[in-house]
Design a protein around this ligand. Sequence first.
Ligand SMILES: [Cu+2]
Length: 115
Amino acid sequence: MKSILFSIAAAAILSFSFLPATGKGNITEKFTVYGNCGMCKARIEKALQVKGVKYAVWDKETHIATVKFNPEVVTLQQLHQLVADAGHDTDLVRAKDEVYQNLHSCCQYERPVLK
Ligand SMILES: [Cu+2]
């Protein structure tokens, strides 16, 4: 009997440890952000430093932004918008042409074709 109780307890502990480690309601999303260089990286990551975002990293090789955030504080759509407002197209939101044109010349990435 004792051993059965023990295995139930062990199973309970194990299943807890298999819960996704999201912290306090944080989720991690990845999406494409168009950009070129280290300046773009700094700009994109700075744009994503808002309330509700735990961390934001943009990879200049893959153009993938990885953002850990609390969806109850900020939505994924808002994150896309923040990046677009900074001049960088995402796979969801296109930056305004005038903002794009004001980017440093080395940052004027090749824009994705309009759908
Ligand atoms: Cu750049």
